[in-house]
Design a protein around this ligand. Structure first.
Ligand SMILES: [Fe+2]
Ligand SMILES: [Fe+2]
Length: 334
């Protein structure tokens, strides 16, 4: 059955499964020309299904669906081409009524993670910041579809803590929370989302040894970690693509209402709304994801800790965040 779908049935290119990136069939836009080869998995083999530069047609998609193929594979060596393709087509994918909403959420989440990995590898690169802005615009347009869209994203958020997954989670939480708080202006939501996605980029300067340490950090190590908000701001200081408002999440996400935060110990009323919003989302995600040295907490346990320390947060924002996450406690369970 599959053989009829393969372009070169007499000479299939087969390779090891581990060197491929699985992709959703729905991430391929009909009639778009691809700049990467597509493979399908037959048993334990990867077989070339479609060579690059061939348009992906409605007929191609239908045949694959008829054969119950939901995932295709792109060689890791072409992952950047695939990433660029997704980023430039994400707007169309989000609006496509024939794609299930859950699949859209998966495509957005995977594309966002891949993007943040690139940003962390090169935080000052203007192109990466433009890509981040475009990604956040897509996140905003998806999340504004309503609660079900937010829940779709929540269901697939990673419970393993990496700076890139954490950055995407915080971005998603913050846009939905701002919407819940009544911030309806899309330009504001995009500024907040961009700042959220980039809030920890200063960690790109902190060594892996410190970031992945299994034991508690010693004083000297913690002093280094505490520099990451300033290093983050420094990385983007010459970039005019980032508005002033979008910079607050980067510099203020570890500031606390009672003045106990860092890097500047800013007191309550001097912390920008975006700094307050990200502080809540940041701590919640850190508590509810698995670290090398600690298990993920469930939603309720995380909120208990945050309410015990409510003097550190803007209480109104903390309450609205509880309302946002609370009724669907089960969606944030590791
Ligand atoms: Fe941070
Ligand atoms: Fe963070």
């Amino acid at each position: 059955m599959f053989k009829s779908m393969i372009r070169q049935p007499n000479n299939p290119i087969t390779q090891r499964v581990s060197s491929f990136l699985p992709i959703y069939l729905e991430s391929l836009v009909i009639d778009s020309v691809l700049s990467f080869d597509l493979f399908i998995k037959l048993g334990r083999e990867m077989v070339l299904y479609r060579s690059k530069q061939l348009a992906f047609t409605d007929n191609s998609r239908r045949k694959l669906l008829d054969n119950r193929v939901e995932k295709l594979y792109v060689p890791f060596t072409a992952k950047h081409e695939y990433q660029k393709y997704i980023e430039s087509n994400l707007g169309k994918i989000i609006q496509d009524p024939f794609i299930q909403e859950e699949k859209k959420a998966g495509i957005i989440y995977e594309a966002s993670k891949a993007l943040v990995k690139d940003v962390l590898a090169n935080p000052s690169l203007g192109e990466n910041i433009q890509r981040s802005k475009d990604m956040v615009a897509n996140q905003v347009s998806y999340i504004l579809k309503g609660r079900e869209a937010f829940l779709n994203l929540m269901r697939i958020t990673s419970f393993d803590y990496y700076t890139y997954t954490h950055s995407v989670n915080v971005c998603t939480f913050s846009i939905a929370l701002a919407d819940q708080l009544g911030i309806k202006n899309e330009a504001n939501l995009k500024d907040l989302g961009l700042g959220a996605l980039l809030h920890d980029i200063g960690k790109s300067k902190v060594s892996e040894r410190i970031l992945n340490k299994r034991a508690p950090l010693n004083r000297a190590e913690f002093e280094i970690v505490k520099k990451h908000p300033e290093w983050g701001i420094d990385a983007v200081k010459d970039n005019s693509l980032i508005s002033e408002d979008a910079r607050y999440p980067i510099i203020q996400h570890h500031e606390r209402i009672d003045g106990s935060g860092y890097p500047n110990g800013v007191l309550g009323k001097h912390i920008h709304d975006f700094g307050r919003i990200i502080a809540v989302c940041d701590v919640f995600d850190a508590l509810t994801t698995r670290r090398i040295y600690q298990d993920a907490m469930e939603t309720f346990a995380a909120f208990r800790i945050m309410y015990d320390n409510r003097h550190e947060f803007d209480e109104k924002i903390l309450k609205e965040f509880t309302a946002l996450m609370g009724p669907d406690d089960r969606i944030r369970k590791a």
